[in-house]
Each structure stands twice: as structure tokens, then as C-alpha cells.
Design a binder for this molecule. Structure first.
Ligand code: FE
Length: 245
């Protein structure tokens, strides 16, 4: 078949939600953000989720044969989605400070910033190269009826200014816009430029530095070591953009 015109921006026309997909391995729990969750059949209720093979959650789902999907609400703080979406469970326990309960599968169900959940047992998998499509029969699900509204992927991107990690099923290379802004806004002047993490919204203020991570107050963003990462979400230094005053 011949390839037609490909404008990848057209893929942003597809609609998704925002979810924490979680699982368990022995006593350990982990989860990551996914937008690619959907229902396949009504009877029996079957859902599917696409997860990157690089994610620790992928290993846990493969190990336990089950997963939970917690539905994120619109008012979820960007730091919360940043932590679940951009940090790895290999580096920290993402559930350490999160309110959750274990469901019938043992998978953690997130009880804050969520509108409900679905728990499923894996009945099939499809290898799609970089990702696996896990197909699961629903074992339990509940609406919280807490007045919150489920967040769509477009709301996350357009209203909250959220970004997409490289391992997401719908990831696209980001534009060079942020590079251009950096070069124009960091010129001249004695006031040192503040920088914002595009992943979680954390602001690096040179006056304060990041003493907890070895960056003295008074350190210009440009002078921070390249290995430094966002103290809130773990994003790399090149994910920051100069803040317009
Ligand atoms: Fe961050």
C-alpha cells in the first residue's frame, strides 16, 4: 500500500483521557500515566491499554497479569501528573505519598485526584513494537461521584499546559520553540532569568537555587550542571524554558 500524506498533527485530533495505570509485583506497587485506555466490548466488559516496554509498570503488569486504571480529574495538580508521568518507579516509590487502596487484584487504586477506577485481569496481549497492548477483562470498577470531572488528554495539553513523556503511546518530538526562547531571553541584564519546567511547572529561581540538590543560591540556570534534574518531577535540564516576566 502506498503511503499517503502524513501530517502527524492530525493525530492530535484523536481524543483520549488521562489515567494512572498501575500494577503490582510481589509487595511492590507502581503506576504510570497513560492516555491510551479504551473499552473494547460491553459483554463481558473488556478494556485495553497501551504501555511502553520501557516502563516499570509494563514489567509489573506482565508479572501480575492484572492492572488498575485510575481516572484522573481535571483539577489534578500538574506536579502529581508530572511525578507519575515523568519519574520512574525504579528511582522512587510513586505511591509513598499518594492516597490509594489495593483492589481485588492487589493493584493500587489512586484515591486522590481521581473520579473512579477500573481493575482488570489480562486476557490477551498484542506486541506493537515499542509498546504492548494489554487487553483485560474488567473485574471491578467504581465511580467516586465526588463532583470531579474526568480529564481529557486535550484538557491536559491545552488547558493545563501538560507535556508528554517520550514513552507515551502518543508522543511526538517537541518543536524547537523553547530553544529559540532561551537564546533571546537570557541575553544581558543583571537580573538572572527564571526557568520553568515544561513537565511539571516547577520554577527554577536563581536567587534561591536548589540547595537540596547541591545548587547554591545565586546560581544562574546556565551554570547548573547538565546532570541536574527538576527537583519536582525529575525532568532533564533541556525540558526547561525561560520564563517571560
Ligand atoms: Fe518538573
Amino acid at each position: 500500500m502506498n503511503a499517503g500524506k502524513i501530517n502527524l498533527n492530525a493525530l492530535f485530533e484523536l481524543n483520549y483521557g488521562m489515567y494512572i495505570v498501575s500494577s503490582i509485583k510481589a509487595d511492590a506497587v507502581n503506576g504510570c500515566i497513560a492516555n491510551t485506555v479504551f473499552q473494547l466490548t460491553p459483554e463481558p466488559p473488556v478494556i485495553a491499554v497501551s504501555i511502553s516496554k520501557e516502563n516499570l509498570t509494563h514489567e509489573y503488569i506482565t508479572s501480575s497479569g492484572s492492572f488498575a486504571v485510575s481516572v484522573l480529574a481535571e483539577d489534578t495538580p500538574i506536579k502529581f501528573t508530572g511525578m507519575f508521568g515523568f519519574r520512574s518507579g525504579r528511582d522512587l516509590d510513586k505511591f509513598k505519598d499518594a492516597a490509594f487502596k489495593k483492589g481485588v487484584t492487589g493493584c493500587p487504586i489512586v484515591l486522590e485526584n481521581t473520579t473512579g477506577y477500573v481493575e482488570a485481569e489480562v486476557i490477551n496481549t498484542v506486541d506493537v513494537g515499542t509498546h504492548t497492548l494489554f487487553i483485560g477483562k474488567v473485574l471491578a470498577c467504581e465511580q467516586f461521584n465526588n463532583g470531579k470531572i474526568a480529564m481529557t488528554y486535550n484538557y491536559y495539553r491545552d488547558v493545563k499546559g501538560g507535556r508528554t513523556p517520550r514513552t507515551a503511546a502518543t508522543y511526538q518530538e517537541k518543536s524547537k520553540k523553547s530553544e529559540q526562547q532561551k537564546t533571546t531571553t537570557s541575553k544581558g541584564g543583571k537580573t538572572m532569568q527564571k526557568y520553568k519546567c515544561l513537565m511539571c511547572g516547577y520554577i527554577y529561581d536563581p536567587a534561591k537555587g536548589d540547595p537540596d540538590n547541591g545548587v547554591e543560591p545565586g546560581t544562574a540556570f546556565e551554570d547548573i550542571s547538565d546532570n541536574w534534574v527538576c527537583p519536582e518531577c525529575g525532568a532533564a535540564k533541556d525540558e526547561f524554558e525561560a520564563v517571560e516576566d
